[in-house]
Design a protein around this ligand. Structure first.
Ligand code: NAD
Length: 279
């Protein structure tokens, strides 16, 4: 990969738009968004216009991912869409030798799918990057992985942030006035019940004990100061606890500020080879 990284973006919602704006400002180093794909055409078009498509300097819009992948200058696809989009497109992207940065990391908790994309990656040399997202401590879990005995993540969110998730269906009409446990189980079970909410748990599980052994608790709390994640790990190297009280992004309240910053930092580290601290 050259220093100037040409990016194709799948998903032009909250996260994708913020990331694209950061790239345009130069926050991610020498990166350029060359193409956009989103199944919601108006959103994709609005972002293309904002990035300068109307003036001839912005990214191209694509109706089909295969056309985006065929873009002659493409170095990296960034997914900011959904687990469904990762499952639908990752194998084709990686098979074309194009690396992929995945935000919807829940898709990677399926053992069969993980084996498939890893094997394609090994053959083509394309990388799969999973940013730390809305938490930290991922480097610690990776380092201590052989010595880990248990990893638990508790995600506490205002009920509105969980609304619409299949795992919240029984609580949609309930009046939640105090912290209420909505789910307790493994990361594998959580990703299908809360597909848009537990990518953090998925990333923690991929770094540490794996999706079947990582314990997840989802709590709805009307007084939660935002999306709060608490990670507790016990290992033969020590006990580690991390707490993240995330501030929503200033222009997109749906997205944690830290998740956007983590994606930008991962892209910057891809664009700027050199010193690596903590990863
Ligand atoms: N890893 C993390 O810590 C972390 C943090 C925040 C968000 N996320 C994940 O990143 C993804 C994007 O988040 P967001 O806040 O921008 O969501 P969003 O709903 O604001 O935007 C998603 C966009 O992707 C598009 N999309 C969805 N499925 C698609 C598909 N199959 N093909 C094409 N386009 C598709 C939608 O039309 C929408 O415009 C979500 O899966 C979210 O859960 C991960």
């Amino acid at each position: 990969m050259t220093n100037a990284v040409n990016v194709g973006l799948i998903g032009c919602g909250s996260m994708g738009s913020e990331l694209a704006r950061a790239v345009k400002r130069g926050d991610a180093g020498p990166a350029r968004i060359v193409g956009l794909f989103d199944e919601y055409a108006p959103g994709r078009h609005a972002l293309a216009e904002e990035l300068g498509a109307g003036e001839g300097s912005g990214p191209a819009e694509f109706d089909d991912v295969s056309d985006l992948i065929a873009h002659p200058e493409l170095d990296l696809v960034i997914e900011c869409a959904s687990q469904v989009a990762v499952v639908a497109h990752a194998e084709a992207v990686l098979s074309a030798g194009v690396s992929m940065l995945v935000m919807s990391s829940g898709a990677l908790t399926s053992g069969d799918f993980m084996r498939s994309v890893s094997s394609i990656s090994a053959k083509t040399g394309a990388h799969i990057y999973v940013p730390s997202g809305a938490v930290g401590g991922i480097d610690t879990l990776r380092a201590a992985r052989p010595l880990l005995e248990s990893v638990t993540i508790v995600s506490t969110k205002p009920p509105i942030a969980l609304s619409g998730a299949p795992g919240f269906a029984d609580f949609e009409d309930a009046e939640i006035t105090s912290p209420t446990v909505i789910f307790e189980g493994t990361a594998s079970e959580a990703v299908s019940l809360f597909p848009a909410n537990v990518n953090v748990a998925a990333t923690v599980s991929l770094a540490g004990l794996g999706p079947d052994a990582t314990k997840v608790k989802v709590v709805a709390d009307p007084n939660s100061p935002g999306n709060v994640h608490e990670i507790n790990a016990v290992s033969r190297a020590g006990k580690f606890s991390f707490r993240f009280e995330n501030v929503p992004h200033e222009t997109n309240p749906k997205t944690s500020f830290l998740a956007v910053l983590a994606a930008i930092e991962t892209l910057r580290s891809i664009c700027e080879p050199g010193l690596r601290i903590g990863n």
